[in-house]
Design a protein around this ligand. Structure first.
Ligand code: PLP
Length: 426
């Protein structure tokens, strides 16, 4: 198809009426297609179903009975398994519950309630009129932004570039403003753009001068082993922080939500020995211990970190055809009209990030919804739900079947074109 951008007003009007007829036909089909949330498909979940046969034994290596209370930090077997996977000493890992978001929320809440390293609780600073601010690389993960909103953290968007956040801007802002206390980072196959942080970005984050002496990186490595097209290495942020002389700067989060079962996997937080001690102090008032049987279940199911990688290869084989469809449909449908739409080419993770013509995202999503295709709300990937350009749409290809996805993409592309033409015709 020729570029939409070169068409005259009359041609655009003609095209709109023919596309509108197709759209109306789609509406009569009563479709219910969903590309909104990054949920694994049933086929992906089936690959972990054997997990439910475990644990087959309950006695830990040190003789502890895993069925009973205790072991707040998480069982050594599980910390060693994920420590090996992520290159983190087991002693610097705390196993959490069924989701890493809990750990992120709690960690931020602890900082508000208690502060860190015996410094002022962040809530006290806010009460004295000094708001707590976080840098939020955009587009980003909506639930990070929700945590900030809930706890009253002021969010400052910073552009996410091809190798991580715009570090010129980040280094300047954190140096100037002592109320900037942290930054959210999804360092591999980011949600939604699939950005992977370069070594230079990791080193700069670890070593930059910050006006706040309790500045914290919230390192959410949710897609740390979720490679699809290419295995991308990631520099070890905890080691980089230690080397730079800021050992306590980073909280590292990880979970098996997109490895085994979302909402029923295991999660972890890793940090410096001092931070781990501090966190365990707070957690000991929260709980006696997390679910050790689930930790053991994962240990007995996987056995080794190599087996986790093998499992991820099988998951990637299920995801790849879906990403192929999304990318191919976008190329075929919109490739000829670059200003109308551009999109990410992720090497892994769970999403494709689509940027439609400025001012058209909300309308595109609404049109798609009325034709039976649910997408993540436009703006969701920005703090406060406000995409300043009204341009970004997140596509989550994992959950629908290949057939449904193909159908949904055709409708989405139709809606992108309709919204663009409406915008141009005014
Ligand atoms: N972090 C990111 C970047 C995600 O995309 C998601 C889920 O979509 C999560 C965290 C949720 O992780 P969990 O299920 O461990 O809370």
């Amino acid at each position: 198809m020729a570029s939409l951008t070169t068409l005259s007003k009359e041609d655009l009007e003609d095209l709109h009426s023919s596309l509108w007829n197709i759209y109306k036909q789609e509406q009569t089909k009563d479709l219910h297609l969903n590309m909104s949330r990054g949920k694994p498909s049933a086929e992906q979940l089936d690959l972990s179903v054997e997990l439910l046969q475990f644990p087959k034994s309950y006695t830990l290596a040190d003789g502890t009975d895993a069925r009973n209370y205790g072991v707040l930090q998480g069982i050594g077997e599980c910390r060693r398994l994920f420590g090996d996977l992520l290159d983190i000493p087991a002693g610097q890992i705390i196993m959490g519950g069924n989701a890493s978001l809990n750990l992120m929320f709690d960690t931020l809440a602890f900082l508000f309630l208690f502060g860190t390293e015996r410094k002022k609780p962040w809530a006290d600073e806010r009460a004295q009129g000094r708001p707590v601010k976080f840098l939020c690389p955009v587009p980003g993960y909506d639930r990070h932004f929700t945590i900030c909103e809930e706890l009253g953290v002021e969010m400052i968007p910073v552009p996410l570039l091809s190798d991580g956040p715009d570090m010129d801007l980040v280094t300047r802002l954190v140096k100037e403003d002592e109320q900037i206390k942290g930054i959210w980072c999804v360092p591999l196959h980011s949600n939604p753009q699939g950005v992977c942080y370069s070594d230079k970005t990791v080193d700069t984050l670890a070593s930059m001068t910050t006006a706040a002496d309790d500045f914290r990186i919230f390192w959410d490595n949710a897609y740390g082993v979720h490679h699809i097209y290419e295995e991308v290495p990631l520099k070890n942020i905890l080691k980089a922080c230690e080397k730079a002389g800021y050992p306590n700067r980073c909280y590292y989060f990880f979970s098996t939500s997109k490895i085994t079962f979302p909402g029923a996997g295991v999660s972890l937080i890793a940090s410096s020995p001092d931070n781990v001690k501090e966190l365990l102090g707070h957690m000991s008032a929260q709980t006696i211990s997390h679910d050790k049987l689930n930790q053991l279940r994962h240990v007995q199911f996987f056995g080794t970190s190599e087996n986790i990688h093998n499992h991820m290869t099988k998951l990637a084989a299920l995801l790849k055809p879906k990403f192929d469809i999304v990318l191919q449909k976008l190329q075929d449908g919109l490739g000829a009209s670059p200003p109308v739409a551009s999109w990410s080419h992720p090497k892994g993770g769970y999403f494709v990030s689509l940027n439609v013509f400025p001012g058209c995202a909300k309308r595109t999503v609404a049109l798609a919804k009325e034709a039976g295709v649910t997408l993540t709300g436009a703006g969701a990937s920005y703090p406060y739900g406000k995409d300043p350009k009204d341009s970004n749409i997140r596509i989550a290809p994992s959950y629908p079947s290949v057939g449904e996805l193909s159908q949904a993409m055709d409708i989405l592309i139709l809606c992108v074109k309709l919204a663009y033409i409406e915008n141009k015709l005014g």
